[in-house]
Design a protein around this ligand. Structure first.
Ligand code: AMP
Ligand code: MG
Length: 309
């Protein structure tokens, strides 16, 4: 969806002035603020109700801007950026001092990503500053994949929302740490472990990291990406809400997604937003395949199904 240049320039102005802009990326809609302005970044946490312990991803307009916020740019980062940027891969690296602690939840590292969505890329380029942006929704809730989701969820807390239509990838980026010369997958996404390994060799997976050298995993909350309605993955039984891709069944409301990982991810949050808005007793999701291409989807479904503590 095209957005007039004048609107993009106004949004860039809002960012430079310390305000919040909701904008489309290819993964989900982001809630952006100037990453170098601690007051602006504080507004993100306030609008989302996000705990200060959850670090933000810094969005950049390319490798050159990424290098202004990180203290190191190893060979692996160079190769991965060449292979997957712009795109849905976040690289975690040691940060420079100019990145405020509030962006990184006090960590010495920062997550950086060059988004592929033309609106996101142009907005960051026009703003001329790196843009800290988590998903544009209340903490723990469903991520927005349409501008209407952002307005419905955050309302007046956002100064401006850019409408770029539906997000093409549909789930949050893959997060990979390159800190200390190791490659550790912190969050699966649509750039798969196998695709990353094809570029840089062996990737460890958080959770599979050997005992005693456990990596800190900030922001990896067990319940996350979740609808208000109770959700479980499994046998439908007599489901009130049913999200399926291969096996149809009787349900008050059934939504079908493509049986292929890319199409499924692209439609997942929209389907959950629809089912969640229907006031059903429960949402049952048909289990998805075990294959590596489904890792990101499976991760989100598991977290969506975990009940609040
Ligand atoms: P969200 O913006 O909600 O997609 O979440 C961003 C996620 O990226 C966080 O929840 C963390 O899991 C991860 N992340 C961001 N920055 C860092 C970092 N410096 N170290 C480790 N993980 C990070
Ligand atoms: Mg989020």
């Amino acid at each position: 969806m095209m957005i007039p240049k004048i609107e993009l320039e106004r949004a860039a102005e809002v960012l430079r002035g310390g305000g919040l802009v909701g904008f489309p990326t290819e993964t989900v809609y982001g809630l952006g603020a100037n990453a170098l302005d601690p007051v602006a970044v504080g507004k993100i946490y306030a609008a989302k109700g996000r705990p200060a312990t959850s670090p933000l991803i810094v969005h950049v307009a390319g490798v050159a801007m990424a290098r202004t916020v990180v203290a190191e740019w190893p060979e692996a980062a160079e190769r991965l950026a060449a292979a997957f940027w712009p795109g849905p891969l976040t690289l975690v690296l040691e940060k420079r001092d100019l990145v405020p602690d509030s962006v990184t939840a006090g960590l010495r590292t920062v997550g950086v990503r060059h988004p592929a969505h033309p609106v996101a890329a142009e907005l960051i380029r026009l703003a001329g500053v790196p843009v800290a942006a988590p998903s544009a929704n209340k903490f723990m809730g469903l991520s927005p994949t349409r501008a209407e989701h952002v307005r419905a969820g955050l309302g007046e807390a956002v100064d401006m929302v850019l409408d770029g239509g539906a997000c093409a990838v549909g789930i949050e980026s893959t997060v990979l740490s390159l800190v200390g010369g190791r490659a550790v997958l912190l969050r699966p996404g649509m750039v798969s472990r196998a695709e990353i390994e094809a570029v840089i060799g062996t990737v460890e997976v958080l959770g599979e990291v050997a005992e005693g050298e456990a990596h800190a995993a900030p922001g990896m909350h067990a319940r996350h990406y979740a609808p208000e309605t109770r959700l479980r993955v499994g046998e439908p039984g007599r489901a009130s809400g049913y999200l399926w891709h291969t096996r149809e069944c009787e349900a008050e409301m059934a939504v079908r997604l493509p049986a292929e990982a890319g199409g499924y991810a692209a439609g997942l949050y929209e389907a959950l937003h629809l089912l969640d808005a229907a006031g059903l007793e429960e949402i049952v999701v048909e289990a998805v395949p075990e294959g590596g291409g489904w890792d990101g989807v499976r991760d989100r479904l598991v977290r969506a199904g975990n009940m609040a503590q």
